[in-house]
Design a protein around this ligand. Structure first.
Ligand SMILES: Cc1cc2nc3c(=O)[nH]c(=O)nc-3n(C[C@H](O)[C@H](O)[C@H](O)COP(=O)(O)OP(=O)(O)OC[C@H]3O[C@@H](n4cnc5c(N)ncnc54)[C@H](O)[C@@H]3O)c2cc1C
Length: 476
């Protein structure tokens, strides 16, 4: 059986030997701050490789689309350095074995995967191809497990983790290495990812319009955010209707167009000078890091309750009301607006993610894994650690979780954060652009009729009572 747990990760120390090596760009769609590329370039002539995995496209088509949109930019960056991007479609283990054999590569350099338990199978496949797999840290802020409590234990609660992290010397981002080319290039499939296109259906073009891809674009966005929006971030970050209230960098971070270390170091002078907003912004970036720490401690976080006592909770499996939730047809305006935003843009505002998540897991008593799977299917910023940490936070089963008895009231949340209904009207008013785009993107089988009013099966008050009583049963 495959070992379960983090594989061994290289931090440095790859020797130069002038061989052909493969650098697998695995959700690391950039050239700078790329430890696997630095190691590969130091070792020999580099074959830059991207694998378009049909299974990944089936499970998370929006995330696949987001990566596909970034590939032409990556290819152009490599070309400008007289290199190429080799694209292969197929199962990663089979592709790696075949390309290692074809090129006679000595090493395949890549960063660790998330979840990383698949990596052990890859190791064996690469060895069958005659090479070794060398896994590197994906330029997160800190090496996994390096920040601990005074007792040497990993943190399970965010606030003390953040207090420690902010005092750490975060390694600076690495510059782009000089990349030399092999004498002969292997064949490359095209950049198109048909499985992802098929899985997205007619949503492909709609979501695609909302994507700003490329490493340069991510850096520009970060700079623009710091110049124009960061000062008001603490006040604006909870307002879903506010344009540029947040950085909108999560999808770039998720596909690796920009590293967390780059974001950190770009923002550090502002943080040290006490510039308004910098502290809160970096603390959010630290939440992403915290998710990675938790996942390192509990690799099954995407599938298993962090707290085992939640295994006995009376979660409902998938059900009709959860389907109405996915389709933005619950009759609860804040929830429906959020689910439509998600379907059309592949993103959802963080405040609304918490509201829709709370509604599904508490008011509808539906298992958090049902919501997690839908977010995995639809988010362009899908990230295994962030998604599962947050779903378990929302549901109450996580390490550092919102208590279950804290049931968000979607109506009062709407009044508080969308008082003038700008966000909700954009997504729900049949005359508005957002609602029209939703009808355009939704599968025909959903039979979306924008003029039809949906009614919740149970009032928010009643479903809240039911949730609290289920929670009491668990405690009893
Ligand atoms: C149920 C649920 C599921 C989520 N799933 C994902 C996911 O799959 N991928 C993902 O990147 N984020 C996820 N988030 C976190 C958060 O909603 C997004 O990161 C945020 O909305 C992205 O917008 P932004 O880039 O403008 O963030 P900003 O507010 O500008 O924050 C800057 C960066 O900090 C990080 N960040 C901010 N908030 C969080 C958070 N709560 N948890 C982890 N990192 C955070 C992100 O990388 C973000 O880009 C989820 C939240 C919830 C409640």
């Amino acid at each position: 059986m495959e070992p379960f747990g983090p594989p061994r990760v290289e931090w440095a120390g790859i020797k130069e030997n002038g061989m052909t090596v493969i650098c697998w760009f695995r959700r690391m769609l950039r050239l700078d701050d790329h430890p696997a590329l630095v190691a590969a370039a130091r070792e020999g002539a580099v074959v830059p490789l991207v694998i378009l995995d049909p299974e990944e496209a089936r499970l998370r088509p929006a995330s696949a689309l987001r990566q596909a949109r970034s590939l032409p930019r990556l290819e152009a960056s490599l070309k400008s350095r007289h290199s190429r991007l080799i694209v292969r479609r197929g199962d990663p283990a089979q592709v790696l074995e075949a390309i290692a054999r074809e090129t006679g590569a000595t090493t395949v350099h890549a960063t660790t995967g998330f979840p990383f338990y698949g990596d052990h199978g890859l190791q064996a496949a690469v060895e069958r191809g005659g090479a070794k797999l060398c896994l590197h840290h994906p330029a997160d802020l800190i090496p996994r497990g390096s920040v601990t409590t005074k007792a040497g234990d990993p943190y399970k609660v965010f606030t003390p983790f953040w207090k420690s992290l902010r005092q750490c010397d975060i390694a600076p981002p690495q510059e782009v290495p000089k990349i030399s080319s092999p004498d002969r290039w292997p064949d490359s499939d095209g950049l198109d990812w048909p499985e992802a296109r098929r899985a997205m259906g007619r949503g492909w073009d709609v979501v695609s319009d909302h994507i700003r891809a490329g490493a340069d674009e991510a850096l520009d966005r970060l700079d623009a955010f710091m110049d124009d929006d960061m000062a008001d971030y603490a006040a604006n970050r909870d307002l879903p209707w506010r344009e540029h209230g947040t950085s909108e960098l999560s999808d770039s971070l998720a596909v690796g167009e920009i590293s967390a270390r780059r974001v950190w170091h770009r923002c550090l002078p502002a943080f040290q000078d006490g510039r308004k907003g910098a502290d809160v912004f970096l603390s959010e970036v630290a939440w992403r890091e915290f998710g990675r720490e938790l996942m390192h401690q509990h690799p099954r976080m995407p599938t298993d309750n962090w707290r085992p006592e939640w295994d006995d909770f009376a979660w409902k499996r998938d059900n009709d009301q959860a389907e109405a939730w996915r389709r933005g047809q619950t009759g609860i305006s804040m929830v429906d607006a959020g689910m439509r935003e998600l379907f059309v843009t592949g993103r959802m505002h963080n405040r609304v993610r918490m509201i829709t998540g709370s509604y599904l897991t508490k008011n509808l008593l539906t298992d958090w894994r049902v919501g997690l799977a839908w977010f995995e299917h639809t988010l362009i910023d899908w990230d295994a650690a962030s998604n599962s940490m947050n779903w378990q936070w929302v549901a109450g089963s996580g390490a550092d979780a919102s208590p279950f008895f804290r049931v968000f009231n979607p109506e009062t949340q709407g009044d508080k954060f969308d008082g003038k209904r700008r966000y909700r009207d954009y997504w729900l008013d049949p005359e508005s652009e957002g609602a029209r785009r939703f009808a355009e993107a939704a599968p025909r089988s959903w039979k979306i009729d924008l003029r039809k009013t949906c009614h919740p099966a149970m009032s928010v008050g009643e479903s809240r009572k039911r949730a609290l009583s289920a929670y009491q049963d668990l405690k009893d």
